[in-house]
Design a protein around this ligand. Structure first.
Ligand code: ZN
Length: 300
């Protein structure tokens, strides 16, 4: 009687193990029509990675058709880290490379990226800087036989059946303040929209005529009060706000007034100094967020 009971237990353990194994197999692998197995999890997803590059910006975008975009590339000592991060995501090519404006905390490592990765098209506003970093970037672009497309309001970078990438600013170039010549990019994937503002300040943001309502806002100029105003947040009405900023930076970014305003608008705020690399994933309808991902940050 006792033996019969333990046999029953062993059989039920065997059955539950078999059942778990079946569930595991059916979840991890998807077999397509050609009989090849492929991961079913990432298909048709848009992933936007706000890389932790300390004080600066660098945003890597995996588009739903497996093309890629890189907006900015941090200071000049992050090149290898950015390239490796993108490599770990499974890519060696940047289809759309955007330099928002020619300040070192945005284009510092871009020459490295141009020289060490496969590049599709390059977009920059028609605003020049008299710096070695900027000259080095232009040299890397011409050495590779690439041309720069001028990023200005009205330009369409990509228009696919389910996503679009549009430039909504600059409307005009501000020769005296490069921040106000920043390329502002709007990325729409079905129902979800992302707005990337570079370091555009109030003066530039006020000139935008396009619809800039967005689910996710890359807060302008590392959270400076010069960029985030009540009028602008009213126009964008973001659910999420991301501040790309370095710990203990000398500018006092993000400014406490900006944080208070974002709180007033009930935004869920992510900061790369606290949350490290932050990744947003969208299936075109809903957005999920992962923070604390691998940091690119490295001492200069
Ligand atoms: Zn900046």
């Amino acid at each position: 009687m006792k033996q019969n009971h333990s046999l029953k237990i062993r059989f039920s353990v065997f059955l539950s193990l078999l059942f778990s194994l079946l569930i595991l197999c059916s979840c991890s692998v998807n077999v397509n029509q050609n009989g090849d197995s492929e991961s079913a999890l990432q298909k048709d997803m848009l992933n936007v990675h706000f890389l932790d590059v300390g004080q600066g910006d660098s945003i890597f975008v995996e588009l739903p058709d497996e093309k890629t975009m890189l907006i900015d590339a941090g200071e000049n000592y992050h090149g290898e880290g950015i390239k490796n991060y993108i490599g770990d995501c499974g890519y060696s090519k940047i289809d759309y490379l955007v330099a928002t404006h020619p300040h070192a905390d945005h284009i510092g490592s871009m020459a490295y990226i141009v020289r060490n990765m496969d590049i599709g098209s390059v977009y920059m506003p028609k605003a020049a800087a008299n710096t070695k970093t900027y000259e080095n970037l232009l040299e890397s672009i011409s050495d590779k036989g690439l041309r720069v497309t001028s990023a200005k309001a009205g330009l369409t970078i990509a228009e696919e059946s389910d996503y679009t990438i549009n430039v909504v600013a600059p409307v005009t170039i501000d020769e005296d303040n490069l921040n106000n010549s920043s390329a502002v990019i709007k990325l729409t994937y079905k129902d979800n929209t992302f707005l990337f503002t570079g370091d555009a300040e109030k003066k530039e943001l006020e000139t935008i005529t396009a619809d800039i309502s967005a689910d996710v806002l890359k807060v302008g100029h590392h959270g400076s009060t010069t960029s985030t105003t009540e009028e602008f947040l009213n126009a964008v009405s973001p659910t999420y706000a991301v501040i790309s900023v370095g710990e203990d930076n000398s500018y006092g970014h993000p400014h406490k007034e900006t944080l208070a305003l974002l709180e007033e608008f009930n935004c869920m705020v992510y900061r790369t100094d606290i949350d490290k690399t932050v990744v947003f994933s969208s299936d075109g309808k809903t957005i999920s967020v992962k923070s604390g991902e691998k940091s690119i940050k490295k001492a200069g």
